[in-house]
Design a protein around this ligand. Structure first.
Ligand SMILES: Cc1ncc(COP(=O)(O)O)c(C=O)c1O
Length: 374
């Protein structure tokens, strides 16, 4: 079909006109096809190293016949189960199509286009920037310190009486840096009263110490805080899309009013409940990740990389060779990592997800081969 230029289709909102999309990790099929490979190891999107829980697979199979139905609007059963599991009030839980959807709802509910601003560190998880821009809201950012720790004073200095949201990620993506929770509690007390502090804890389970790092058990004392969690990482449901926000019931009620009714689908709802029941899979995920993280820390340092300490299921490092060449060399050998040039503006840094023992070893062997070939 030849395309005809037509104002009805060529004119969109100015925010959309020059929009750069979220830059996702490359897919296994893409790389197999591009380089004619039979096997590819993907360590680019911080997915679960054990795959999908067997219990979840069984539950999905048993509900396959129900997908002609809509899910129960608002997923009340799932919300109840999440609340009981995490020990938080049910009326403060908002489920979403990934925590991405909850981020979107929060921005749209809180920030007035052309009036309010949102603040975050730079770099930060790129969905905060993508969704803020889409909404026509000003984004203010302050750089992380050179060691990727947080400059709280600089962050607070960005805030004014039009700051709708402050985003903080802990453990941080892409560095893995995790501040003590006392620092986040202190931040909550320093922001303007209309500003919601959104603490994104997508990788919190991998710290193995929620007492030391998580705001979730402390929410009752911090009404201006919302905590985000996802089922994509430690629970292994990235492809089904499920996350939630825990917040004050009043704010949760606003979000529930604007949320599309069936964004958490029927399989995601049942899989989410099953994932919360599968303690064996969850515990093993944390064990394999902690062990793999140790291994990768050691091996990357031995290969001459600068390795940034991480409490998450990924590690950021700077290689002793050009980042783009390393990325390409790894792809040719069937290993997908996340270069941090696009989306994060870090041309010399790479992020590797902690895989299972085999995947980690394949990555290190390919990396060695590239260094030896210099
Ligand atoms: C910091 C952070 N927050 C949120 C998300 C989104 O998670 P979900 O898959 O639940 O949308 C990610 C995913 O990579 C992430 O890294």
């Amino acid at each position: 079909m030849t395309s005809t230029r037509c104002r009805a289709t060529s004119e969109v909102r100015p925010e959309v006109m020059d929009f750069s999309p979220y830059s996702a990790g490359l897919s296994i099929d893409e790389i197999k096809e591009r380089y004619g490979l039979d096997t590819v190891v993907k360590l680019a999107s911080n997915e679960n190293p054990l795959g999908t829980s067997p219990l979840v697979q069984q539950v999905i199979r048993s509900h396959a016949g129900h997908v002609f139905r809509y899910a129960q609007s608002g997923n009340p059963r799932l919300g109840k189960k999440i609340a009981a599991f995490f020990g938080i009030p049910e009326d403060g839980v908002v489920t979403g199509n990934g925590s991405d959807e909850v981020i979107d709802l929060l921005i749209r509910a809180k920030a007035r286009p052309g009036v309010d601003n949102i603040i975050a560190f730079d770099p930060c998880f790129s969905m905060y920037t993508v969704l803020t821009r889409l909404c026509g809201v000003e984004l203010r950012q302050t750089p992380l310190k050179p060691d990727f720790s947080f400059d709280w004073d600089a962050l607070v200095n960005l805030a004014d009486d039009k700051t709708a949201i402050t985003f903080v990620t802990t453990p941080d993506n892409p560095s893995g840096y995790t501040p003590p929770v006392e620092e986040i509690m202190a931040l909550a007390g320093r922001l303007p009263e209309q500003c919601l502090l959104v603490v994104d804890e997508a990788y919190m389970d991998f710290t193995g110490d929620r007492d030391a790092y998580s705001m979730l058990p402390r929410l009752a004392d911090f009404p201006n805080v919302c905590v985000l969690r996802t089922f994509s990482k430690s629970m292994g449901l990235a492809g089904l899309r499920l996350g939630f926000g825990a917040m004050q019931p009043e704010l949760a009620d606003y979000l529930k009013r604007i949320r599309p009714p069936f964004s958490v689908n029927i399989l995601a709802e049942h899989a989410g409940m099953a994932a919360l029941d599968d303690d064996t899979f969850y515990t093993e995920t944390l064990r394999v990740t902690a062990e793999g993280r140790e291994y990768l820390n050691r091996e990357l340092a031995a290969l001459g990389c600068t390795v940034f300490p991480s409490r998450a299921n990924f590690i950021m490092f700077e290689a002793p060779v050009d980042g783009a060449a390393l990325h390409e060399g790894l792809l040719r050998r069937g290993v997908i990592l996340r270069p941090l040039n696009k989306g994060y503006g870090l041309p010399r840094h790479m992020r590797v997800s902690v895989g299972n023992n085999h995947e980690n070893a394949v990555f290190i062997a390919a990396f060695k081969e590239i260094l030896d070939a210099r």
